[in-house]
Design a protein. Structure first.
Length: 103
């Protein structure tokens, strides 16, 4: 049974040969291709841009974390950064917790 046989006006007459396997494979590849371009490519681009932002962090940058904490970067290490969130208050945060630069 093919997708067009569900619609009586598009169904081939009885006894007519059904579509080839090539047509079905082509439709599946087309759907996968469209899905890739609409979902995976933008997500990969966003992830790459975020990784570049994290790699470029330096002392003095104002950032916001995924938890909503705003702070100023005071130290950068391999996997964590130190944020000053108030005058005399510093916290260590994983680099991956940085959502972006604060305005």
């Amino acid at each position: 049974m093919t997708w067009w046989s569900a619609i009586p006006a598009l169904a081939p007459p009885q006894g007519a040969q059904q579509g080839s396997a090539f047509g079905s494979i082509f439709m599946m590849l087309l759907i996968v291709g469209v899905f890739y371009f609409l979902v995976f490519m933008p997500a990969r681009r966003r992830q790459k841009k975020h990784q570049e932002l994290i790699d470029a962090l330096k002392t003095g940058d104002r950032v916001v974390t995924n938890g909503g904490i705003f702070g100023t970067v005071t130290a950068v290490e391999e996997h964590k950064i130190q944020l000053r969130i108030a005058p005399e208050v510093k916290i260590d945060v994983a680099k991956s917790a940085v959502a972006g630069l604060a305005e």
